[in-house]
Design a protein around this ligand. Sequence first.
Ligand code: SAM
Length: 471
Amino acid sequence: MAYDPKSLDPASFIDHDEAMASMAHARANATETRTIRAILDKARDAKGLQHREAALLLACADPEIRGEIRQLAAEIKLRFYGRRIVLFAPLYLSNYCINGCIYCPYHSTNKHIARKKLTQAEIEAETIALQDMGHKRLAIEAGEDPKNNPLEYILESIATIYGVHHANGAIRRVNVNIAATTVEDYRRLRDAGIGTYILFQETYNRKSYERQHPRGPKHDYDWHTGAMDRAMRGGIDDVGLGALFGLEDPLYELTAMLMHAEHLEAVFGVGPHTISVPRIKPADGIDPASFPHAVDDETFAHLCACIRLAVPYTGMIISTRESRQVRANVLECGISQISGASRTSVGGYVEREKENTSQFEVSDQRSLDEVVDWLIGLGHIPSFCTACYREGRTGDRFMSLCKSGQIQNCCQPNALLTLKEYLEDYAAPDTRRNGSALIEAELGRVPSEHVREIAKKRLAEIGAGKRDFRF
Ligand code: SAM
């Protein structure tokens, strides 16, 4: 089958032969410095890169050129996203699962882990615990189990989360990471007010995918790969892609993931809102060393930089699967969102690891306040902003905001306003002092004087107790 980004057939928009040919081309030309530098020149205009071009960048091993790629990724991130880093936390609702994913301890034949599904009262308690840290944005996670975790349960849980307001707390955006489903179900998720629908492809290589998912509904590659099309047809504008790095050759995953992005752009006029780059972590019965395609830290950072150049307007997410050091490194390669203080066990925010229900080991174990202060120290602006989605700036409307350059008059003040809320309500004294100095300095970088003046006024109002302003 020939590669056709407009096709609705996964075998054609993730065409295996095209992915293999792109990899062969990349490996054959990996030392062609002139060709690679020409691709970098194209990337400098932030028009994005085609999957073959990005594959060639990833295959390049020359340390000097890799350095240039990272430098450019950092510049592009700065140009479009500024120094803002959006913070979120995952909330695990249930680890019941009928699938057989061999990298995940939730697989149905694992009898070692306790199975748990939160009640609505428990979800309320978890939400309060997350609000009390300062979180405003969650990603809910659940295994696939139509009996234990039907869509009605997910919808009820979303309503519960949005309904909790503890002290000045509020969860203003719930992103959803649940198994592939029908257009009708996606419509219901859209109507429930979700932010991004996130679904990791795990691996784009069909044969490998079928091996890694030996049973359950997730075994069906076409159903899983077509999920984002159905989500978009169900009216969800913002979808988040990802591959679980370690399952397959990273060059295959990058190439195919960009083909997926090209497909979404070709069919729906808008690419992925985010891309996640999880790597396999140790978990009950899961040893990352037994997966043959482990991605080392250096390649991982290079991979992040290549994605940033290929899709300059797409948000990039890094989770607490990664250590503080790795996170610091990739923050310089174009990452725009990170999780903080995550628990990957069901009920883990209230009862810290009482039962062994966690999905994988978390490497970065710091509190949210430590992460916020660390980001400030590194020169980033921690942001709890959820404004775009609440103002209807989703899908192509968000992309036009990015492309227009107006993001600095919109996202920059919003980041500062939400940081100010965090400092007032949740920060330790040192964080508050450092954050206040940052706000003062960063206000000057809002280009429009008019917007700057309004932001100043609102910051003062937040200091006086008002909340939830947005541009
Ligand atoms: N159940 C949903 C599905 O089928 O897509 C997704 C929710 S799952 C809780 C979220 C993601 O965690 C999976 O898509 C997978 O990529 C990742 N994951 C599973 N096991 C992992 C491991 N051992 N290390 C790192 N990430 C893992």
